[in-house]
Design a protein around this ligand. Structure first.
Ligand code: HXC
Length: 260
């Protein structure tokens, strides 16, 4: 069921899962402003819709996204880049509380890799390729790559990737900790949608709390994060979903959460 179809981005839903597809395959889904607005708008709409419990972001064709649109930004000056606050609009994705899963089907380079890293989970096709090739263009990553890649894979590998601009394949990305799982390319979307269906059946307040808390691990000290987690855990006992989840376990049946 299609909800909206702005140029270059397809948006739809299946059951409780929202689907956003970068669909400009002739440009390897290079990310321009229109794509940014469409993806962010779609994700924000899904996020306030409590009939949606998970969002999947993927790309059509050979790429997830081969980066920011080089042709669009090649002739910009500093004043324009800073005046438009180029790429700052993508930050809105990091405030989406509904679990956001990147299904990386092919190239995830530059802004494409950074977009995947803004998602909560990355699942990669065995054909996926990740990299931050900005150094080859005379620039540096500009959508969080120096920060998120370093947190994901550690300084040694992040520095090597960002200084050389080389690509890494899906297996290397998985063993480095960037990717949760690698699946066969032709099974990627089915696999990720099935995973999203499963997530979307869980208690929505618990899902929101989980994405916030895991993200907090990057923003706070260990003691602060653990304290916040404990209070959030305590607060879960105010919801009937906690009663339902624990009773269902004891009664050996599947839970039916109310807040979902
Ligand atoms: C605009 C792009 C593009 C991009 C590919 N295309 N990547 N257009 N911006 N980032 C276009 C090509 O120009 C070409 O258009 C078409 O897509 C197919 O790409 P090819 O290069 O012909 O394909 P192939 O030879 O298979 O090579 C695939 C590739 C290569 C290795 C992924 O396309 C590539 O290196 N792309 C650029 C990757 C990159 O540097 N990304 C970082 C961008 S900077 P035509 O019209 O010729 O058919 C960035 C910065 C983030 O993301 C923020 C900080 C500033």
């Amino acid at each position: 069921e299609a909800v909206d179809a702005p140029a270059g981005v397809l948006v739809g839903r299946r059951g409780r899962v929202g689907l956003i597809v970068l669909d400009r395959p002739q440009a390897l889904n290079a990310l321009n402003n229109q794509a940014m607005d469409a993806v962010v708008t779609a994700a924000e709409r899904f996020d306030v819709d409590d009939t949606i419990g998970a969002i999947v972001l993927t790309g059509a064709g050979r790429a997830f996204a081969a980066g920011a649109d080089i042709k669009e930004m090649a002739e910009l000056g500093y004043a324009e880049a800073t005046g438009r606050d180029l790429f700052a609009g993508w930050d809105a994705l990091t405030r989406i509380r509904t679990p956001l899963i990147a299904a990386v089907n092919g190239f995830a380079l530059g802004g494409g890799c950074e977009l995947a890293m803004m998602c909560d989970v990355i699942i990669a096709a065995d054909t996926a390729k990740f990299g931050q090739p900005e150094i080859n263009l005379g620039v540096v990553p500009g959508m969080g790559g120096t920060q998120r890649l370093t947190r994901a894979v550690g300084k040694a590998k992040a520095m090597e990737l960002i200084l050389t601009g080389r690509m890494m394949d899906a297996r290397e990305a998985e063993s480095a900790g960037l990717v949760a799982r690698v699946v066969a390319a032709d099974a990627l979307l089915d696999d990720v949608l099935a995973m999203a269906d499963g997530i979307a059946e869980k208690s929505l307040p618990a899902l929101y709390a989980a994405t916030e808390l895991v993200d907090a691990a990057f923003e706070s000290t260990l003691a602060e994060g653990v304290a916040r987690e404990r209070r959030t855990f305590h607060a879960a006992f105010a919801l009937d979903d906690q009663k339902e989840g624990m009773r269902a376990f004891i009664e050996k049946r599947e839970p039916r959460f109310t807040h979902r």
